[in-house]
Design a protein around this ligand. Structure first.
Ligand code: PBG
Length: 332
């Protein structure tokens, strides 16, 4: 009888040996996550009564300026190092020329100052794009149905300067116009903001996963058309890598991949190819998917931590995630 080929050759390598006990597994854990890896995106509103839960993001709410002070203190208590501010502005003040975007008194800038007052050491990050202040919901100025690049960049530079003036530590251009990183960097240097960093939304894809965010900032009903003339086609890996190379060459200090989980291949490649600090944004639609399934009892809450660990395994230094407070609490 010939030996049974399936059981006869004893395995030389039994990978299960190292999975036998909790301590062994802990000892051999390759990837870790801590609160220090988290950036918490928060929505701040100036609209009376809008400081409430966001229907498509259960568990996520908008804050008033006063509310965001308390939120910052809460985050600091959980060792979350950074908050990213997203404004929900008064609909009546949104215009085609978007001038509120660079008003030092707009709700985003009020929130930056409020957080810095409440928790001076908190790293405050911003978003640079015109959509929260734009009558048509686009990230850029629209002329004859086209999103005009260079004129938009001038607006973004003004926006960047007032955010830096308000005390922001990291500026996050999320608009995907060409040339904006270089223009913003030059303006920051000229105006004495050498220490203000830029995290470029470099590999930002034209994604359906941003839907709930657009509800949160009140841009959903307004958006005419889509953002495909400026955000990257989800099919394009090489193009995304060229965006990252370009933004780093223009002076970005850090780069972001967005959305996150469906684009982990891009995260890994960006980290390996450029070696620059790399972040992923676990966006609103990813949050909604996970939280929705957990609330329905279809998935266990363990998937929250698993999803964040996946970003770390893919090479990300940190993650922007709406789960930040929950995860920081669990890690405390
Ligand atoms: C604005 C911006 C968007 C997000 C962050 N900044 C929306 C968009 O590009 O349409 C999405 C974040 C999220 O979905 O959580 N340009």
């Amino acid at each position: 009888m010939p030996a049974n080929p399936i059981i006869a050759p004893f395995p030389q390598t039994r990978l299960r040996r190292l999975r036998r006990s909790p301590l062994l597994r802990d000892m051999l854990t390759e990837t870790t996550i801590s609160a220090a890896n988290l950036i918490w995106p928060v929505f701040v509103t100036e609209v009376e009564g809008a400081d409430c839960d966001i229907a498509s993001m259960p568990g996520v709410r908008r804050y008033t300026v006063d509310g965001v002070r308390a939120a910052a203190e809460h985050a600091a208590g959980l060792n979350i190092p950074a908050i990213c501010v997203f404004p929900h502005s008064d609909q009546a003040l949104r215009t085609e020329s978007c001038e509120r975007a660079w008003d030092p008194e707009n709700i985003g800038n009020q929130a930056i100052r409020a957080i810095k007052e409440a928790v001076p050491e908190m790293v405050v990050m911003t978003d640079i794009a015109l959509d929260p202040y734009n009558a048509n919901g686009h990230d850029g100025i629209v002329r004859n149905g086209e999103i005009v690049n260079d004129e938009t960049v001038e607006c973004l530079v003004r926006m960047a300067l007032v955010q830096a003036e308000a005390g922001a530590d990291i500026l996050g251009p999320s608009d995907m116009m060409d040339g904006r990183i270089g223009a913003i960097r030059a303006a920051l240097e000229q105006h004495g903001h050498q220490g203000v960093a830029i995290m470029s939304y470099a590999a930002k894809f034209a994604s359906g996963f941003y839907g709930p965010f657009r509800d949160a900032v009140g841009a959903s009903g307004r958006l005419i058309g889509d953002k495909k003339t400026y955000q990257v086609n989800p099919a394009n890996r090489e193009e995304a890598l060229r965006c990252v190379a370009r933004d780093l060459s223009e002076g970005a200090d850090m780069v972001m991949v967005k959305p996150g989980m469906p684009y982990l291949d891009i995260c890994r490649e960006v980290r390996d190819r450029f070696g620059a600090p790399t972040f992923a944004y676990q966006v609103s639609g990813e949050y909604a998917m996970i939280e929705g399934a957990v609330r329905n009892g279809w998935l266990s809450r363990d998937v929250v931590m698993e999803s964040l660990l996946a970003f770390r395994r893919a090479g990300c230094d940190g993650i922007l995630t709406y789960f930040a407070p929950e995860v920081a609490q669990a890690l405390a």
